[in-house]
Design a protein around this ligand. Structure first.
Ligand code: SF4
Length: 402
C-alpha cells in the first residue's frame, strides 16, 4: 500500500536545470519565459525551450508551471494574450500569477489553470476565497503562513495549497519591497530585485546621554529556509505541493534539493513514516550545497530575531559542481561537460538519481578526439569512465578543500 505524499515542485531557471530537477525526482517544475516573470536575471526559457521543456516533463510524468508573476502596467499587458495562447498550445500545466489584471487576461484567452503567486501575499481564508472566485485553483501561500494556517486555508476553501519548504527567504512580505528600486534603480516587483536587503547598512542614532552612535549591521538579511525536519507535518497537514525556491541557483542546488526531498517523499510513500537517521542523512546532504545559515522560517512558529543575520551573513558549501553527464557513449564511457575545472587524480563524486554518491578518481583525462590532458577547463567535453547506474543529467561534484 502506498501512502499519500505531496507534489515536489522544483526550480527550473533554465532548460538544462528543468531537465536536472525532473531527472532528480521533481514532480513539477516552475520556470519563466523571456517576459512577465520575476527573475529577469535567470536564463529564462525561449519559446522553443519552453516547448522542449514541456515535452521533456510530460515524457517523464512531470508538470511545468510558467511564472507570469510580475506586476504589469497596461502597455505590458498588450503582448500577454499571445504568450498565454502559446503556453496553452504547448500544454503548459499551469501559470503562476500575482496581478488581478493578469488573472483576467489569462482567463479571457485560455483555460490554463491559474496558481496564485506567493507575491500576492495571500495569508488568510477570506483572501483565498476571493482569489477562488477570480478563477484561481491553487494558492502559493505567503512565506509568513504556518503549516497549521495553510491546512486551515485548504480545508475552508477547497483550494490546493502550496508552501515553500526550502530556499532563500525574503525579508519583505514575499517580495512586496521597493528597497531595490531606491538603492539600485531595479524594480523587485517587475523582476529586478538586487537583493539590497543583503547589504550592510549603517544605523545612526543617539543614546539617552545625547551621544551620537553608529552601528553597522546586516539587519535585513534573512537566513535560508530548510523544512526537511518538519516534512512529516507537511504531509500530516495535507499541503498539496512543497516548493523549493531558487531559479537563480546552480544545477548542483537544483539536483541536490530535488533528490533529497524526492527520496524523503518516496520513503514515506512506501513506509508511512520516517526514521530519524534517514532525516539526519537528508539534512546532511542539504548542507552540501551553497546556503546561508538554515532556519525553519514561519513553518511552525513565527520567525523571530534569530531568522535574520545581525552580522555579516555567512555562506557555507561543501561541494562544487564540476560536470554534467551529457551522454553515456557506450558501456565504458560517459561524456561530461565540465562546469568547473578538475585535474587527473582528484577525487570526484557522481550524484546518482537514486541512492548513495559514487566516489571515483580520474586517472587520465581525455577529450572526444582522444587528446589527453592533466587539467580540465569549464566548457570542455571530456570522456570519463562509466559506472553502473550513471545516467544522462547526473551531476559530478567535488569536495571543496576547507
Ligand atoms: S531586496 Fe530583499 S527583501 Fe526586497 S524583494 Fe529582494 S530579496 Fe526581498
Amino acid at each position: 500500500m502506498s501512502h499519500w505524499v505531496p507534489e515536489l515542485l522544483s526550480p527550473a531557471g533554465s532548460l538544462e536545470k528543468l531537465k536536472v530537477s525532473i531527472s532528480y525526482g521533481a514532480d513539477a517544475v516552475y520556470c519563466g519565459g523571456q517576459k512577465f516573470g520575476l527573475r529577469s536575471a535567470a536564463d529564462n526559457l525561449t519559446y522553443q525551450e519552453l516547448e522542449e521543456g514541456v515535452s521533456f516533463a510530460h515524457e517523464n510524468n512531470a508538470k511545468v508551471f510558467v511564472v507570469l508573476n510580475s506586476f504589469l502596467h497596461d502597455q505590458d499587458l498588450d503582448e500577454l494574450p499571445a504568450f498565454v495562447s502559446f503556453l496553452e498550445e504547448i500544454s503548459v500545466d499551469a501559470v503562476i500569477v500575482s496581478d488581478l489584471g493578469v488573472v483576467r487576461t489569462v482567463r479571457n484567452v485560455s483555460n490554463i489553470p491559474i496558481h496564485l503567486s506567493t507575491q500576492a501575499s495571500c495569508l488568510n481564508i477570506q483572501s483565498a476565497r476571493f482569489w477562488k472566485k477570480m478563477g484561481v485553483q491553487r494558492i502559493v501561500l505567503g512565506r509568513e503562513v504556518s503549516l497549521e494556517e495553510a491546512s486551515l486555508i485548504k480545508k475552508e476553501t477547497g483550494l490546493e495549497v502550496e508552501l515553500f519548504i526550502h530556499g532563500s527567504m525574503c525579508m519583505a512580505y514575499s517580495g512586496n519591497c521597493v528597497i531595490s528600486n531606491y538603492t539600485s534603480g531595479r524594480d523587485s516587483n517587475r523582476g529586478g530585485c538586487a537583493h539590497s536587503c543583503r547589504f550592510e547598512y549603517t544605523l545612526e542614532g543617539k543614546e539617552n546621554s545625547g551621544v551620537k552612535k553608529e552601528l553597522k549591521s546586516f539587519f535585513m538579511s534573512s537566513k535560508d529556509l530548510k523544512g526537511i525536519s518538519v516534512l512529516p507535518d507537511f504531509i500530516r497537514y495535507g499541503i498539496d505541493s512543497l516548493k523549493i525556491e531558487g531559479r537563480m541557483k546552480s544545477h548542483l542546488y537544483a539536483g541536490t534539493t530535488s533528490k533529497v526531498y524526492s527520496e524523503a517523499l518516496s520513503y514515506f510513500s512506501k513506509n508511512g513514516h520516517f526514521l530519524s537517521e534517514d532525516l539526519y542523512s537528508w539534512k546532511e546532504e542539504l548542507n552540501k550545497v551553497t546556503h546561508r545559515e538554515y532556519h525553519e522560517g514561519n513553518l511552525v512558529e513565527k520567525a523571530g530575531v534569530d531568522s535574520i543575520y545581525s552580522e555579516r551573513e555567512t555562506e557555507e558549501k561543501e561541494f562544487v559542481i564540476v560536470g554534467l553527464v551529457l551522454q553515456v557513449i557506450h558501456e565504458n564511457f560517459m561524456l561530461v561537460e565540465v562546469r568547473s575545472s578538475f585535474s587527473s587524480g582528484e577525487e570526484l563524486e557522481i550524484l546518482p538519481f537514486e541512492g548513495e554518491p559514487i566516489t571515483f578518481k580520474t586517472e587520465s583525462l581525455e577529450n572526444v578526439a582522444g587528446e589527453k590532458f592533466e587539467k580540465t577547463k569549464p566548457g570542455l567535453l571530456v570522456k570519463l569512465p562509466l559506472f553502473e547506474g550513471v545516467k544522462k543529467w547526473n551531476i559530478i561534484r567535488k569536495r571543496i578543500e576547507q
